[in-house]
Write a protein that binds this ligand. Structure first.
Ligand SMILES: NC(=O)c1ccc[n+]([C@@H]2O[C@H](COP(=O)([O-])OP(=O)(O)OC[C@H]3O[C@@H](n4cnc5c(N)ncnc54)[C@H](OP(=O)(O)O)[C@@H]3O)[C@@H](O)[C@H]2O)c1
Length: 239
């Protein structure tokens, strides 16, 4: 029997890469999206055509809305009443130093990058009881660069939740993280955005989307690993 996973922000970019990889590995994938409905539906169609014996439903939810987060799993399609895994991948990435951060901006960045993964983990435990969760972090969780202060503080807190939750929910739920380095430039930024960043990584290599997906797959498949964070970042965290 195939296993089922929900990927938040799974319609495009890294999330879609994780969906493609897990589909190849015989998972059924629920593709969550917020605004990218066309991308979500076209990815669902693509996967359905490649793997006709399985299903790849789409599910819309604005993860900045706490009530919507808490009720997300109650809106799963009828034949997806059980999930084996959750990938907390959705994210916002807005710049702002500490001194520039207003209460509403901090609240907004924390809502998608920390509060939603926190309450989805809680709801996953309460609803399904067993399984695996992977939180998408950032190589910069071990650094203190202040240009995206609210985003980075949310990801640092999510890294701590990954460890605290791993202990709290053992032995039933394994919780791990993947901390990507430079994979894709932020939406609306050109390819040049990553040029210097990649050149400054120890491996001098842009991280492939499928390398991130393979890290996620490893963490989902290894029953002896919990509370672990894989830095899939061309070595950036070492600097
Ligand atoms: N790209 C990189 O190089 C890089 C580097 C370090 C860390 N990461 C981490 O890796 C993960 C994937 O990266 P990415 O660049 O592919 O992410 P992304 O494109 O910035 O965001 C992924 C998805 O998050 C969803 N999202 C944003 N706000 C939402 C909201 N209010 N409600 C629901 N969904 C919302 C969006 O869905 P819709 O499009 O449907 O609205 C978006 O497509 C993220 O957690 C990111 O922080 C990425």
């Amino acid at each position: 029997m195939s296993r089922t996973v929900l990927i938040t922000g799974g319609a495009r970019r890294v999330g879609a890469g994780i969906a493609r990889r897990l589909a190849r590995e015989e998972w059924e994938v629920v593709i969550h999206y917020n605004h990218s409905r066309d991308d979500a539906e076209s990815l669902s169609k693509e996967l359905q055509e490649s793997f006709p014996d399985r299903e790849f439903p789409v599910l819309q939810c604005d993860l900045s809305n706490p009530e919507a987060v808490l009720s997300l799993f109650s809106r799963l399609p009828d034949n997806f009443q059980h999930l084996d895994a959750l990938i907390n991948n959705a994210s916002t990435f807005n710049s702002g130093k500490i001194v520039e951060t207003s209460p509403s901006f901090l609240k907004k960045e924390m809502a998608v990058n920390f509060d939603a993964p926190f309450f989805l983990l809680q709801a996953f435990a309460n609803t399904f009881g067993k399984g695996a969760v992977v939180n998408m972090l950032d190589t910069k969780v071990v650094k203190n660069e202040g240009g995206h202060a609210a985003y980075l503080l949310a990801k640092k807190t999510l890294a701590e939740l990954t460890r605290m939750g791993a202990l709290d929910f053992a032995p039933d739920i394994r919780i791990n993280g993947v901390a990507p380095g430079p994979v894709l430039p932020p939406p609306r930024k050109g390819k040049d955005y990553l040029k210097d960043i990649v050149e400054n990584t120890p491996l001098k290599k842009q991280v492939a989307v499928d390398d991130i997906a393979s890290s996620v797959s490893f963490l989902l498949n290894n029953p002896s690993v919990t509370g672990q964070i894989i830095f899939c970042d061309s070595g950036s965290h070492l600097l």
